[in-house]
Design a protein around this ligand. Structure first.
Ligand code: FMN
Length: 184
């Protein structure tokens, strides 16, 4: 099979699909916003650290720099339209909790709320940031984590695909639902 050269602007597409998450952050008055992200990764077990990459011009970028806290919420596939809504509007213009019709749930250790309709939540305190081109990588220490009882398999240490289908992003308006497990 022949290889074709691909434009370097397609890096994200070649690494797709990306787990889709909804990240909450608050302004100085405590008003919450939601940003949809595909560029995330765990970076350390001890201490538990996770990194998110946020465009420098996003409203959420200012909120996370200001409050130094954020919550990563994991949406089920049913939230695809709401996730896309939160990923195509700015919190500078719209209240995304109201606009998307999502419910907030107080977090345990940080000010940004959890999103009730999501199935897993990582409450993070900002510990490091790194400017990478037109994005900033924010590294958060996970100070609390919670999940829907039926979705998290405590014995295996990961999600139960019978009760939760992760929402993956291919690019643009295209999503994928993951559901087939291969065990070896
Ligand atoms: C599926 C999906 C994934 C996205 N991933 C990212 C990402 O990883 N980083 C980022 O900065 N923006 C990402 N975006 C774009 C932001 O969500 C979008 O610019 C959003 O409107 C910013 O909201 P804010 O201005 O309220 O912060 C993504 C959008 C979608 C729909």
């Amino acid at each position: 099979l022949a290889k074709v050269d691909v434009g370097t602007e397609f890096v994200s597409g070649l690494l797709a699909p990306h787990s889709t998450v909804l990240v909450t952050a608050v302004d100085a008055k405590g008003k919450p916003n939601i940003i949809t992200l595909g560029w995330t990764m765990p970076t350390s077990r001890d201490p538990p650290l996770v990194a998110i990459s946020v465009g420098t011009r996003r409203y959420s970028h200012d909120l996370i720099e200001g409050s130094k806290e954020f919550v990563i919420n994991v949406p089920p596939e049913e939230l695809v339209e709401k996730a896309h809504f939160c990923g195509t509007r700015s919190g500078r213009m719209v209240d995304k909790f109201a606009g998307a019709g999502l419910m907030s749930l107080s977090s345990k250790r940080v000010k940004p709320p959890r999103i009730k309709e999501c199935v897993a939540h990582l409450e993070c305190k900002l510990v490091q940031k790194l400017r990478t081109g037109d994005h900033t990588i924010f590294v958060g220490e996970v100070v609390a984590a919670s999940a829907d009882e039926e979705v998290f398999d405590g014995k295996k240490g990961f999600i139960n695909l019978k009760t939760f289908k992760p929402l993956l992003h291919l690019g643009g308006c295209f999503y994928l639902v993951a559901g087939k497990m291969k065990s070896i």
